[in-house]
Design a protein around this ligand. Structure first.
Ligand code: ZN
Ligand code: ZN
Length: 153
């Protein structure tokens, strides 16, 4: 199902934080806005760099703490690709991640249906709760870095 992004209003973030017993702070609000403004799966360090541009006083520890709170209250999810740094995705709709082996960028891919377990033989004593689809390849044409590599080769 192509569910849409959660509403980006501060009011709904406050509510989500409150539901988890977390305080709504201007820093958390700010980090959330940073994530919503550019949905390209930044790492915590990248979020910090962006957050600092409009809030120079924000610290790395605060950014980590805010990301943690946002993940806990379900408005942001963590994405782990291979051995790379944890990335943050603010698209809470069902989607798969495509990661480019060459440039390391991660892209959202829409699902054509709900994920199922068609290719995996799951023994009866295992109960599947969630399926993560991770696609690996190269983002030809989508990214200028990879497009350039192609031209040089
Ligand atoms: Zn994503
Ligand atoms: Zn690429």
């Amino acid at each position: 199902m192509a569910t849409d992004h959660p509403p980006a209003s501060g009011e709904s973030l406050n509510k989500r934080l409150a539901e988890k017993g977390l305080r709504s702070t201007s820093q958390r609000q700010h980090v959330f806005e940073v994530l919503l403004s550019q949905r390209d799966h930044p790492s915590a360090e990248e979020v910090f760099m962006r957050a600092k541009q409009s809030k120079p006083e924000i610290s790395m520890a605060t950014v980590y703490n805010s990301l943690d709170a946002l993940v806990k209250c379900g408005v942001v999810r963590q994405v782990n690709v291979d051995r790379g740094a944890t990335l943050f995705c603010s698209n809470m709709g069902e989607h798969a991640h495509f990661s480019c082996d060459d440039c390391g960028k991660v892209f959202d891919m829409n699902l054509k249906g709900l994920p199922q377990v068609p290719m995996v033989d799951v023994p009866g004593e295992f109960e599947v709760r969630k399926i993560d689809i991770a696609l690996h390849g190269r983002c030809t044409g989508k990214c200028s870095d990879c497009g350039r590599k192609e031209a040089v080769a």
